[in-house]
Design a protein around this ligand. Structure first.
Ligand SMILES: [Zn+2]
Length: 144
């Protein structure tokens, strides 16, 4: 009877010791994790603030073109009429490029309809940029 009780006490104490050390381990791990969490929070805050500042100009500035820099494809510009930042809509128009090409092809002897090609092919037409919000003509980009 005595031996059994002693055994039990001994077992209890080892178990207690085991639990205590385990609790200690977990406590230290928890504090470590908390420190790590705070460290990560600080880091992410420091990481986010400059990257946001870097992102904002890249989103607004480089894509926005000057009206005079417009090319043959739609681009972001500030509409001179409604002052909004818009992506232009383009239309191909028969401009002086088409007439010039027609004139020269006639001179070269293309009278069998070749001289009409500049009027049909978009490639030879001028590009006209429109504002999608107020529908005014922003800029005509001639081919030549
Ligand atoms: Zn506009």
């Amino acid at each position: 009877m005595m031996t059994l009780e002693e055994d039990q006490i001994e077992m209890d104490s080892t178990e207690m010791w085991y639990i205590m050390t385990r609790v200690q381990q977990l406590k230290s791990r928890r504090s470590l994790l908390l420190e790590l969490q705070e460290f990560l929070k600080k880091n992410s805050k420091e990481d986010q603030s400059p990257s946001d500042e870097e992102l904002n100009p890249t989103l607004s500035d480089p894509e926005l073109l000057e009206v005079k820099d417009l090319a043959f494809s739609p681009a972001m510009v500030q509409c001179p009429t409604c002052k909004q930042h818009v992506t232009t809509e383009i239309q191909h128009k028969v401009g002086k490029t088409s007439f010039l090409l027609c004139y020269f092809s006639t001179l070269l002897g293309c009278v069998a309809g070749c001289c009409l090609l500049p009027f049909v092919l978009n490639y030879f037409k001028d590009t006209c940029h429109f504002c999608p919000s107020c529908h005014t003509e922003i800029q005509i980009v001639p081919r030549i």
